[in-house]
Design a protein around this ligand. Structure first.
Ligand code: G3H
Ligand code: 13P
Ligand code: ZN
Length: 332
């Protein structure tokens, strides 16, 4: 058993309480590679922001669970080396699908886990979440749960339609499970295609899709039921159109990729939403930089040549999110 405290990581409890009070959100960035980890740490240190580094089941499979855990430990040391005396870094399991996966993460040094029982019948979601909370809290690890289903693919959990979180269920769920934060469904979804063209209108000038607004009425109703309780938004990439255009210009094919407008995320961050999950935007920033680099330097084959601009572009994106969307800068 390795406690996250030995690794210099923190859980989300104080971080979320401060964020809810302060009207900002903590960035939760997914990582699978060293370059993503470096860019996240550099961005968090330069903006003096707390940060959640999250790992999905897919990331654990891709990079190896032990390596990712050491990378998070490395992230803490790297942040110190960059001049941050007391980094606030959370290592979080994203979309944990079973008690066993959550336990394995807790036992190996994660400071926060998500148990995603959102596809289960309500009573089963309560039961599973409660079991994870009971184990996690023994080690002061915080737990994110989910109620409501996001459209798209949640790791292995597929759903064709989005089922907004029912505000009338949240008090019962939070009380029965003892979870520390709650992911809700208000119209966001995973990936770079968050809405079908028929759900959007089109900007007559650019021809780009304009997505429908999030269900802020549902968020408001949830906040009213659970005043001050930490709310989480998944599927919150904005799918920057300049990155999509770069990808398409240099040989990619991402027609009609569309995300959540940053103005809506800013509005959410000012409310009880205190954790905003971003993964796809990092993938787009990395891919755009690499495609452009290959197109402009067909003779390059040293990964450092194309991964350096990829890392720099991700860092730029992370800094932008922290400072212009979530407002977590200067909050250490
Ligand atoms: O919620 C999904 C995250 O973006 C993780 O995606 O399962 O492909 O690693 P992944
Ligand atoms: P995006 O696909 O919008 O980046 O969402 C990421 C996420 O919710 C990770 O859990
Ligand atoms: Zn998610």
């Amino acid at each position: 058993m390795t406690s996250y405290k030995e690794l210099g990581l923190v859980n989300t409890r104080k971080m979320f309480a401060k964020a809810v009070k302060g009207g900002y959100a903590i960035p939760a960035f997914n990582f699978n590679t060293m370059e993503q980890m470096q860019a996240i740490v550099q961005a968090a240190v330069e903006t003096k922001s707390p940060v959640i580094m999250q790992v999905s089941k897919g990331a654990r499979k891709y990079a190896n669970p032990t390596i990712l855990r050491y990378m998070a430990q490395g992230a803490v040391e790297y942040a110190k080396e960059l001049g941050c005396k007391k980094p606030q870094i959370v290592l979080h399991l994203d979309h944990g699908d079973s008690f066993e996966t959550c336990k394995s993460c807790i036992d190996s040094g994660f400071s926060s886990v998500m148990i995603d029982g959102s596809s289960l019948p309500y009573a089963d979601n309560v039961k599973l979440t409660k079991k994870v909370v009971a184990y996690a809290h023994k080690y002061d690890v915080t737990v994110e749960a989910e109620l409501g289903v996001l459209a798209g693919v949640e790791d292995e959990v597929a759903s064709e339609v989005s089922h907004y979180t029912k505000p009338e269920e949240v008090i019962d769920f939070v009380t029965k499970t003892g979870c520390d934060s709650l992911a809700i469904s208000i119209g966001t979804s995973h990936g770079a295609y968050k809405f079908k063209p028929e759900q959007c209108t089109r900007d007559p000038k650019t021809g780009k899709l304009v997505p429908p607004p999030l269900a802020f009425d549902v968020l408001k109703a949830i906040e009213k039921k659970l005043p001050g309780f930490p709310i989480v938004l998944h599927g919150s990439s904005s799918v920057p159109q300049d990155e999509v255009d770069t990808i398409n210009k240099f040989g990619g094919k991402l027609p009609d990729a569309v995300g959540i407008p940053e103005s809506q995320l800013r509005k959410a961050a000012k409310s009880a939403v205190c954790k905003i999950n971003i993964d796809s935007d990092s993938r787009l920033a990395m891919t755009a930089a690499i495609r452009q680099h290959f197109a402009e330097h067909p003779d390059h084959f040293d990964p450092r040549q194309y991964l350096t601009p990829a890392r720099d572009n991700m860092k730029k994106m992370y800094i932008h999110k922290i400072m212009k969307v979530l407002g977590s800068n200067e909050k250490l």
